[in-house]
Design a protein around this ligand. Sequence first.
Ligand SMILES: Cc1ncc(COP(=O)(O)O)c(C=O)c1O
Ligand SMILES: N[C@@H](Cc1ccc(O)cc1)C(=O)O
Length: 474
Amino acid sequence: MARRIAEPYKIKSVETLSMLSYDERKESLNRAGYNTFLIDSADVYIDLLTDSGTTAMSDEQWGALMTGDEAYAGSKSWKRLESAVREVYGYQYVLPTHQGRGAENILSQLKIKQGDYVPGNMYFTTTRAHQEMNGATFVDIIIDEAHDPAVDHPFKGNVDIGKLQSLIDKVGADKIPYVCVAVTVNLAGGQPVSMENLKEVYELCKAHKIDVMFDATRCVENAYFIKEREDGYEDRTVASILKEMMSYSDGCTMSGKKDCLVNIGGFLAMNDEELYIRSRELVVVYEGMPSYGGMAGRDMEAMAIGIREAVDDHYIAHRIGQVRYLGQQLIDANIPIVQPIGGHAVFLDARAFLPHLQQEDFPAQALAAALYLDSGVRSMERGIISAGRNNETGEHNKPNLELVRLTIPRRVYTNNHMDVVADSIIELYEKRETICGLKMVYEPPTLRFFNARFAPLSENGELISEENRKMTIN
Ligand SMILES: Cc1ncc(COP(=O)(O)O)c(C=O)c1O
Ligand SMILES: N[C@@H](Cc1ccc(O)cc1)C(=O)O
């Protein structure tokens, strides 16, 4: 029998969870326009909206907050953060930003010219928004398998080298300022990229003098999958695998709110001195001095420690193990989820869960709302709403993946919480045909998923027919 792994930490401080009744949850969902982004956190029982900034910090991180150097210039805390990034990721130059999109903004402004193309292994919302705002067209070069939730592939985040080569042949290397490789791929289901693929992409790009910039947001999780799944890496530490991964890139943008184990922060890193000098100019304009970049000294202290804690082999094994613990319960109950289970989240396949709904009825949005109603568990739509509209035609973009993301915060919940989530989803699946679709009643022009509002399509205005409301908690 495989031995089970327990949390590699013990709990020192706790936060009480709120447990609303069905009627209270219904009211809250109504107020939020059936959009889980708009539900008050005080009304949420188990919050799986995101793994971003929701990490529980360690006692060492909390302790280090007191040592933060809040100097406007030349902060000691910045020096400690810079050393951690250099040591753990291996890049030469580092600039702090308030979070990941601060780094994306600067990179996109400096590298992209009107009419350029930025290939990437599936889009991410904020990343693509910055690329497009600077005049580029995003081109998806992920392998086809990534668009099929049911296909099993150990490295579903891989770049399709053929697609990248065709784009270079078609538009020319001088129209491609950089290739953006996400490790892991959030919207594909937290799927990793293999070391072999990273090497191939880097070699092809170098042959055409194209830069490779990683979206390193969940790079430690990616390194762990390489250790587990790729020949020759099983005996290596995650730290050494991570460093090798990063050597196949020219720089990265980083949202520290994920794999740096902090609640806020980010950075832009690179090896090219000229790009660094130009980026430093923009950091001053958008973020602050290059020795704090939108972060307090104490935040930089916490991040320097988090960067090192994240590459602890016990931490990362438990982290991925907990996501898998939830996913496996759903697989065992025949619930359709994206397979294999990814690094930061379990993704429900809403189309297969609610086959009676059309994609225009927003099945993933409806399922996320129904899950909240059933048990107070908050998740996030990652489907047609997140994909937005086509800039030219104004039509909805219709992604193949219509998913509900159950994102597990780092070091926050126990496996008992995962059991509660699994029970609720399994019960919802049993009464799935009683869940109706939604119509959008308010649509913001950009990143609409954050603030859009919806209403149930049923005649009586109920999302789940009342007689079927079976509560996990009340
Ligand atoms: C893959 C990925 N890239 C970039 C970002 C942007 O980071 P931030 O939220 O810190 O701006 C996020 C999360 O938002 C992300 O998940
Ligand atoms: N990156 C974070 C926060 C976020 C969520 C949705 C977005 O589209 C953009 C940002 C996440 O994936 O959860």
